[in-house]
Design a protein around this ligand. Structure first.
Ligand code: ADP
Ligand code: ASP
Ligand code: MG
Length: 475
């Protein structure tokens, strides 16, 4: 049997879909790799997902004018891209026709939301799905106009969630089967252009993979297609030692392990969605982060790290706008199962705990949750421990909002003494108060909680203290 060379998945983020010039740049990148049988995954044009959701909120609030202005803004952004990119009139008309159907649907959905004055999770998913659905036909047609055979693919026909779980889980077996169509396309020289971010339940209900989830779409497809590489094309030169918006002198890392990448993205490195790593790591497929606007730069390769670690700390990340909830009381000493009950309560209330710590004196349990979950967490825990509170075994369950998690990540930190001391030293000297500390048993990360107002400064101080700005420049 003839064996085909394997394909690559190329995902372009929102900035790469900013407007006609950026879309052209992205298309030229695809063209330059046409021999590698690319499968393209796209995010919505930048700002469009936010704008769709804002239009939805406006509808719920009954602000029809704001809603309509937002929708008109989105429409003119796409119309402008079509005008500027699609010079072949027939192709442009066909795309306009496809999009017209979507605009009718959008109109109906937003009217429904405004009438009901309510937006369920399901409606939210449906609304936000249009960002990716609108851009994909435009990009596919543009590829055709620059001489590549191409076809738009709606990921709701490919990525299917599993029905057993109330939480969103991907049914990889079903998804793999459905991906055959895309594999065939790519092998026959047609470039499939797939919507990122969106998927479908087995009943055909539109769902999404969560904000920033197009990276995850690329990884799911890469694993199901047994791609040789998953490429994430974005607006920076790779994974960096910190968010360059916070630390301008941050450096690009040439190699990052799957474990490090998972940890960094979990703790706020927005360059990659945290769920992206697992499908790629399970299938042993490397992920390459590349800059659409500087494609010659080598980028970062994420794979199984086998080399000796040159660095101890590789990245300093932060998550802002989270809430710290504390359960405290001297009566907790020796009472078994308090931590267990805290977790059962958060799980039952579908609250995701980002970070957790318990003092060895057992007098204090702290957890960090998202801002939206803050009040709910305190209420649920007060209900759960009502008896203990009445008996004064627990003195208080309280929360502090506007806090940030800062994390230091690097496999080379393992077994290296003094990292915590250096971190606390530099923050102490700068009068930054540390509210909570946790270290994973893998020693892959050290995370701490500070007030949000101290977050950026803390990241800069730690980055400097570990001399990450002095790492050899790779790009
Ligand atoms: P896309 O739209 O391509 O998905 P994102 O905005 O989601 O792009 O992610 C890229 C951004 O992630 C960068 O512009 C950068 O500001 C931010 N970022 C945060 N932490 C890091 C990091 N450690 N390395 C690189 N970029 C980071
Ligand atoms: N468009 C989606 C979002 O803005 C998904 C993505 O960009 O990855 O969250
Ligand atoms: Mg992103």
């Amino acid at each position: 049997m003839l064996r085909y060379p394997s394909m690559i998945v190329m995902k372009f983020g929102g900035t790469s879909m900013g407007a006609a010039p950026q879309i052209n740049t992205a298309a030229r990148v695809v063209e330059s790799l046409r021999e590698s049988k690319p499968v393209v995954v796209l995010s919505a044009m930048s700002g469009v997902t936010d704008a769709l959701l804002q239009a939805g909120e406006a509808g719920v609030a009954g602000h029809e004018r704001v809603r309509d202005d937002k929708l008109a803004e989105i429409r003119s952004k796409h119309d402008k891209a079509i005008r500027e990119l699609l010079k072949d009139a027939r192709g442009a008309r066909a795309v306009q026709e496809t999009l017209r159907g979507m605009w009718d649907e959008i109109q109906k959905i937003f009217t429904g939301i405004t009438l009901l004055r309510e937006m369920s999770d399901r409606s939210r998913d449906l609304i936000s799905s249009f960002g990716e659905r609108l851009i994909v036909p435009i990009f596919a047609e543009y590829l055709r106009q620059i001489g590549l055979e191409s076809e738009a693919v709606d990921a709701r026909e490919l990525i299917i969630t599993s029905e057993e779980s109330e939480f969103m889980l991907v049914d990889f077996e079903e998804t793999r089967k459905r991906c055959q169509k895309v594999a065939k396309m790519a092998r026959s020289g047609v470039v499939p252009v797939v919507t990122g971010f969106i998927c479908s339940t087995p009943e055909g209900v539109t769902t999404t993979l969560g904000r920033g989830g197009s990276d995850y779409s690329a990884s799911i497809l890469g694993a199901c297609l047994k791609a040789s590489e998953i490429q994430i094309w974005t607006d920076v030169n790779g994974v960096m030692t910190a968010d360059p918006r916070i630390v301008p002198e941050a450096r690009v890392l040439d190699r990052v392990s799957y474990k490090e990448a998972a940890e960094m993205s979990y703790f706020g490195a927005k360059v990659l969605h945290p769920k992206t790593i697992m499908p790629a790591a399970d299938a042993g497929i490397p992920i390459r982060i590349k800059n659409t606007f500087d494609p010659e730069k080598p980028g970062t390769i994420i794979a199984n790290e086998t080399r000796q670690h040159e660095y101890t700390v590789k990245t300093v990340t932060s998550i802002t706008g989270v809430t710290l909830v504390s359960v405290a009381g001297r009566g907790m000493i020796g009472v078994p199962g308090v931590a267990g009950r805290v977790f059962t309560t958060t799980a039952q209330n579908r609250i995701s705990v980002l970070m957790f710590s318990q003092g060895s004196s057992e007098q204090h349990i702290s957890l960090v949750v998202s801002k939206q979950d803050g009040d709910n967490t305190v209420k649920a825990l007060r209900r759960e421990f009502q008896l203990e509170i009445e008996r004064r075994r627990i003195d208080q369950i309280s929360s502090i909002s506007d806090i940030s998690i800062i994390a230091l990540v690097g496999e080379g930190m393992k077994g290296v003494p003094g990292i915590a001391a250096r971190t606390f030293g530099v923050l102490g000297d700068a009068n930054v108060n540390i509210l909570m500390i946790a270290q994973g048993s893998s020693e892959l990360n050290l995370s701490l909680v500070v007030k949000q107002k101290d977050a950026a400064r803390s990241v800069q101080l730690i980055h400097h203290a570990f001399e990450l700005h002095k790492l050899p420049a790779h790009s």
